[in-house]
Design a protein around this ligand. Sequence first.
Ligand SMILES: [Zn+2]
Length: 139
Amino acid sequence: MLLLRFAIYNKLELMANTESTARAWVAVLANRPELPFASNLREHFSQARITSLCDCGCNSFECKVEPDASLRPLFDEIGPLPSFEAAFESNAPEPVDVIFFTDANGYLSGVDISLGLSNHAPLPEQVQLGKLLYTIPDL
Ligand SMILES: [Zn+2]
């Protein structure tokens, strides 16, 4: 019985944050005209291998783009930055906070996607983004 419960728990965890969840988020974020690197994000993700998926209830993931990939740095339009944060209104009780990270080459190395500005609760399954609230740095 204990084993069965553990199996179900694991299955739910996997449903909450998988490679296809990451792909779905990138598709949404790459279509946000407010993000100056939106189309670049799509290119970076298409060459990235997902290396870890957070299982805390958020939808964050880490990924790796090979150093010899011929890509412009992710944040090329806005300058050399180690990360870029964007908070969006959502249909959940809290905003959704997204932080994009890059490696030493400027290539996408992960995206933190969490509910609330301090990741205090799991993301609901059908969360949708609304208006952009703010970015860091400010655009
Ligand atoms: Zn997490």
